[in-house]
Design a protein. Structure first.
Length: 198
């Protein structure tokens, strides 16, 4: 009786170490980090500046709302990773049963067990893909909610500082004077819940 070999299952949970809240999946090159003396100059936004920039990731990392969204996302990732791991163990158990039963099961029982294993493998793959999609959807929803709350604050700070434009660091910022970085101020304002002035 010739039986096919049972494929090994490899659980790749690397997908569960996805980027932080709001971070794009495409690799970005970050501008050079300012030195200690440059960091202290952030408190003095130039009064004659007509542009500013915001590092949205930094605002998310500094603000209470961003930290909360990150915690929600990490909790969901951990939950889904545990569920995927549990499903993977079930499939592994079936695989071991199939491997061990190859010599003792009759042809009909072996075929049933093989079909059950194949169904479990397919279900596991779909479950894993659905879990990844749920995490990505949640990440996008949280990011949209965060930016919806943040953008009026950006407008308020820009108006108060008489700025012509505010750029995000994600729009290929090649260089900036650290003093025009509004990220910390926006994080504080977002946490304070200051409504925009009309």
């Amino acid at each position: 009786m010739s039986r096919c070999r049972v494929p090994l299952i490899v659980l790749a949970l690397g997908c569960w170490t996805a980027p932080a809240f709001g971070q794009t999946l495409a690799a970005r090159s970050a501008p050079p980090q300012p030195t200690a003396t440059q960091v202290s100059s952030r408190d003095a936004f130039p009064k004659d500046s007509r542009i500013g920039y915001v590092d949205l990731e930094r605002v998310a990392a500094l603000s209470t709302e961003g930290k909360s969204a990150t915690a929600q996302l990490e909790a969901l990732r951990a939950k889904k990773a545990a569920e995927v791991a549990a499903r993977g163990k079930q499939v592994e158990a079936l695989q071991q049963k199939l491997t061990a039963g190859g010599a003792v099961l009759n042809e009909a029982a072996y075929t049933r067990l093989q079909r059950e294993f194949q169904r479990a493998q397919l279900d596991f793959q779909r479950f894993n893909e659905d879990a990844q999609a749920e995490v990505q959807d949640t990440q996008q929803q949280l990011w949209r909610a965060f930016t919806t709350r943040l953008f009026p604050v950006v407008g308020q700070v820009a108006t108060e500082k008489n700025l012509w434009a505010v750029f995000s660091s994600e729009s290929t910022l090649l260089w900036h004077a650290p003093a025009i970085d509004l990220s910390e101020e926006l994080a504080k304002r977002l946490d304070a819940g200051v409504p925009p002035k009309h």
